[in-house]
Design a protein around this ligand. Sequence first.
Ligand SMILES: NC(=O)c1ccc[n+]([C@@H]2O[C@H](COP(=O)([O-])OP(=O)(O)OC[C@H]3O[C@@H](n4cnc5c(N)ncnc54)[C@H](O)[C@@H]3O)[C@@H](O)[C@H]2O)c1
Ligand SMILES: [Zn+2]
Length: 364
Amino acid sequence: METVQVALGARSYDILIEDGLIDRAAERLRPLARDGRLLVVSDETVWGALGERLRSGLDDIEVEPILVPAGESTKSWDGLASVVDRLLEQGIERKDHILAFGGGVIGDLAGLAASVVNRGCNFVQVPTTLLAQVDSSVGGKTAINVAAGKNLVGAFHQPSLVLIDPSLLDTLDDRQVRAGYAEIAKYGLIEDLEFFAWLESNGVAVLGGDEAARQHAISVAVAGKARIVEDDERETSGRRALLNLGHTFGHALEAETGYSDRLLHGEAVALGCVLAFDFSSARGICPAADADRVRAHFASVGLPTTLAELGPQNQGERLAAHMTHDKKREGGRTAFILARGIGQAFVDKTVDLAEVAAFLDRAK
Ligand SMILES: NC(=O)c1ccc[n+]([C@@H]2O[C@H](COP(=O)([O-])OP(=O)(O)OC[C@H]3O[C@@H](n4cnc5c(N)ncnc54)[C@H](O)[C@@H]3O)[C@@H](O)[C@H]2O)c1
Ligand SMILES: [Zn+2]
């Protein structure tokens, strides 16, 4: 078993990573189950696929799951109200633990509910998508979507434990797994050239479900995120912003495709990373060979790497316009994560959107 500690003083917690962890969940969770029960929040799809497995792993711990519809639209005011009301109906007390069992939607929603119900309860994450295992379950950001945009209402609320069982991914469809893989590769691109090189040799095995490769990739990714979160828990110093590599371009592409199944978040991040490296190369700060390597790797695992795959081109201005709505803007400037090479990402707040638009018009 791999253990990654997130060291945040009184809010520190462990992330445990091992195949089959969920089948022995009671060992880890019994101490957190007040009066022998846990309040589980999950979505209907996840519970249908994996609910019985969790129940049996929880042994004699009592569970009456709070289920919400699967999908991004559940991360809403209504979804939050419904979860909070049902937690209160079940008599939740401050010392109870909420267990978030699902992908990023459930982690964000149950985490935010935990941060407000009874003025704050504990919660545990048992992430079931690759994206949630390597990204959203770690770091304490929780949120819902509101009329003004995605993730605009939320809280920093760290979990007290994260149990990652990679074997849960066996019921998730391949496209979702691939999308989550983009976030794994992102950590290599930000500051770990050696890990990126390892992924170039082992990425296909990770995606194919090879137990050792998958556990290693998840562990390195989680440790990478944990170190960044420890340095900059609330994204104040700027270091946590590095996790946004590929996301400024990616969010513009998601907005342009209507946040639909046409382009999953992780797919947008893959193409966004390729564009961030191409842009850095076009500015003369990153070797073209590194940008080519990024594109070649994402293409080799079946992720999108060209704007041409998305349809009509010459849309630089439209895409750049979406970037003016980026919530990471500060003083009217969009912060871009650029790179001097693979493993050498940095934050640049001086990029002119007209330059980005012109670049996107020329981009592949
Ligand atoms: N808090 C953060 O730091 C953070 C970081 C990144 C993303 N996010 C958020 O995460 C969300 C996306 O998360 P996601 O990609 O995990 O999507 P998701 O939670 O919607 O899950 C994707 C789909 O897969 C299904 N599913 C989940 N696990 C399954 C399994 N093991 N077997 C079968 N089906 C399964 C779900 O029911 C859903 O239909 C977004 O809302 C995003 O904003 C948050
Ligand atoms: Zn992301």
